[in-house]
Design a protein around this ligand. Structure first.
Ligand SMILES: Cc1cc2nc3c(=O)[nH]c(=O)nc-3n(C[C@H](O)[C@H](O)[C@H](O)COP(=O)(O)O)c2cc1C
Length: 220
């Protein structure tokens, strides 16, 4: 398996796959990598559906603007965020973990104050748009863990964000209304590995110059 740094450098968006199936233990390894992602308040809103059935992949291809490799990949992960992860009940459970694992002691002292905590927990009433934004941000981290692990295992993958009719995916797979489909990730052994796509210059990425002399800017 590649190291994290190697996987980050070697990852490409792979859009053509060999038909060879992926060993189940590799799928489990990718899911485990997603499972271990960090999330605000440890809410873990990410949810995945592992799709190998041809008819189901055809449906996903159709929804994802007919991108062919969604159908030809041996496995497609449907990646979703579940807003139930932010329910009052989930909030209580996760907060108890903070207490049990000593996190509370290392958080701002305000959390030791039950009054502040009560107020904080009421944050669950924040509007849906904000909740969706938070759930999305956290789920994207887990998806990238999965993607990098695919690379580390010698597999190719590609983020597919073109799932505008996510409602259709939800209905097709009979998923709960609280699940928001964010992306598809087709995975398989690469048939073709493209050269790296360019990146903006480092200076453009930095909002101000580095506080130390930098080597020649790299765009690799
Ligand atoms: C959120 C997100 C959505 C994307 N959606 C698509 C997509 O629908 N179809 C596609 O072919 N590539 C998609 N991509 C892949 C990007 O085009 C690709 O990451 C980018 O061009 C850089 O190339 P690289 O991944 O090979 O480094 C998506 C990437 C991200 C992160």
């Amino acid at each position: 398996m590649l190291t994290v740094a190697e996987a980050i450098r070697q990852r490409r968006s792979i859009r053509s796959f060999r038909p060879n199936p992926i060993p189940p233990e590799y799928i489990l390894e990718m899911l485990e990598a997603a499972h271990l992602a960090p999330s605000g308040g440890n809410r873990q809103p990410w949810r995945f559906l592992v799709v190998t059935d041809l008819e189901e992949k055809r449906k996903l291809r159709q929804i994802a603007m007919e991108q062919e490799f969604v159908e030809t990949a041996p496995v497609v992960f449907v990646c979703a965020a579940d807003l139930k992860a932010y329910s009052r009940h989930a909030s209580k459970l996760r907060f108890q973990e903070f207490v049990d694992f000593g996190v509370l002691e290392t958080l701002s002292g305000r959390f030791a104050d039950p009054k502040f905590r009560e107020q904080y927990e009421r944050r669950a009433d924040i509007d849906r748009a904000t909740l969706v934004r938070i759930a999305m941000a956290n789920t994207y981290i887990a998806i990238e863990h999965l993607v990098l692990t695919a690379t580390a295992l010698g597999l190719g993958s590609c983020w597919i964000g073109a799932v505008d009719q996510s409602e259709e995916i939800r209905n097709f797979f009979n998923l709960p209304k609280s699940a928001i489909i964010l992306a598809l990730v087709p995975v398989g052994y690469p048939a073709k590995v493209p050269p790296p796509r360019p990146r903006i210059p480092l200076e453009e990425m930095l909002l101000r110059p580095l506080p130390f002399p930098s080597p020649e800017a790299s765009t690799a």
